[in-house]
Design a protein around this ligand. Structure first.
Ligand code: C2E
Ligand code: MG
Ligand code: MG
Ligand code: MG
Length: 283
């Protein structure tokens, strides 16, 4: 490493960088094929109403079942997909697969629940996004409120006007909008004023230690007051124990998500454990 440090040192690591770049290219090509061949899969993590404890939805989380490397978690390929632009293809695949799944449940008389889909900044900022969603909703013919789009604060900095018009379009269709990982980005209150947000998801880093950290509790309480003051539904993600549940209930959280209730599950298991239970409740 050169003493002057800084940017210059990268010239010495050119071979290594090339290696990194090659690795990324290889992952990109493999991932593109996996998407095109329909080889990715979705896991479903239940969202529960904090008042009555029933499942009211699920967040869909992408997984890559790899023939050699097993089930690859998103943090190992989403960043590469974002860097290479492949994320738009991936997001569209996840979105369409989720819509298809709702359609299948409705056709099979399985009690369908709202599915929340994560959309990257990349995709959200493309001009055709709202139109794409509208067409898919129309062609599969599902009620739009079975779909919720999760975006992060990062998604917005690029072009707020563009994002605003896209989200307004989606909300007018009846699709729900959630602000994910809330409190970790450049949370600006003016975003909340300008954007049609239906749900805030308190980031799990605040929930994680709330039972021993009064500062985390203060932040959560503030997010709840803010959200409820604006008429927004508030989710707490990363709920792992009963102490958190008690505190979050007391603070007035509307929706729970976390390993305490369930990890993200393969579709069959989600249907058996959660949707079948809804049928039992109905009868
Ligand atoms: P996210 O949207 O904030 O999703 C929640 C993540 O927290 C999931 O990780 C979930 O498994 C994890 N989680 C849920 N409850 C708990 C808990 O109680 N404790 C702990 N420690 N973790 C919990 P996952 O599935 O690994 O996904 C990570 C991130 O990857 C997601 O964060 C999201 O940003 C991204 N991602 C996942 N699927 C997609 C996708 O289809 N498209 C895009 N663009 N991004 C995705
Ligand atoms: Mg999410
Ligand atoms: Mg989240
Ligand atoms: Mg998160």
């Amino acid at each position: 490493r050169s003493k002057s440090g800084g940017r210059n040192r990268y010239t010495f690591f050119a071979p290594e960088m090339q290696h990194e770049a090659l690795k990324e290219r290889a992952v990109e090509q493999e991932l593109r094929l996996a998407i095109e061949r329909n080889e990715l899969c979705l896991h479903y993590q239940p969202l529960l109403n904090a008042k009555h404890g029933k499942v009211i939805g699920a967040e869909v989380l992408v997984r890559w079942p790899h023939p050699q490397r097993g089930l690859i978690p998103p943090f190992e390929f989403i960043p590469i997909a974002e860097k290479t632009g492949l994320i738009s293809l991936l997001d569209d695949w996840v979105l369409e697969t989720a819509i298809k799944q709702v359609k299948t449940w409705l056709k099979q008389d399985i009690p369908a629940v709202t599915l929340s889909v994560n959309i990257s900044a990349n995709r959200l900022n493309q001009k055709d996004f709202a139109q794409f969603v509208q067409e898919k909703i129309k062609s599969y013919h599902i009620p739009p409120d079975f779909l919720c789009i999760e975006i992060t604060e990062q998604n917005m900095i690029e072009n707020l006007d563009n994002v605003q018009s896209t989200l307004c379009h989606l909300q007018q269709l009846g699709i729900k909008i959630a602000l994910d990982d809330f409190g970790t980005g450049y949370s600006s209150l003016s975003y909340l004023k300008r954007l049609p947000v239906d749900k805030l998801k308190i980031d799990r880093t605040f929930v994680m230690e709330m039972h021993e950290d009064p500062q985390d509790r203060a932040i959560i309480k503030t997010i709840l007051e803010l959200g409820h003051g604006l008429g927004i539904w508030v989710n707490a993600e990363g709920v792992e124990n009963e102490i958190q549940i008690g505190m979050l209930r007391e603070l007035g959280v509307d929706e729970f998500q976390g390993f305490y209730f369930s990890r993200p599950l393969p579709r069959e298991e989600f249907e058996e454990k959660y949707l079948a239970q809804l049928i039992a409740l109905e009868n």
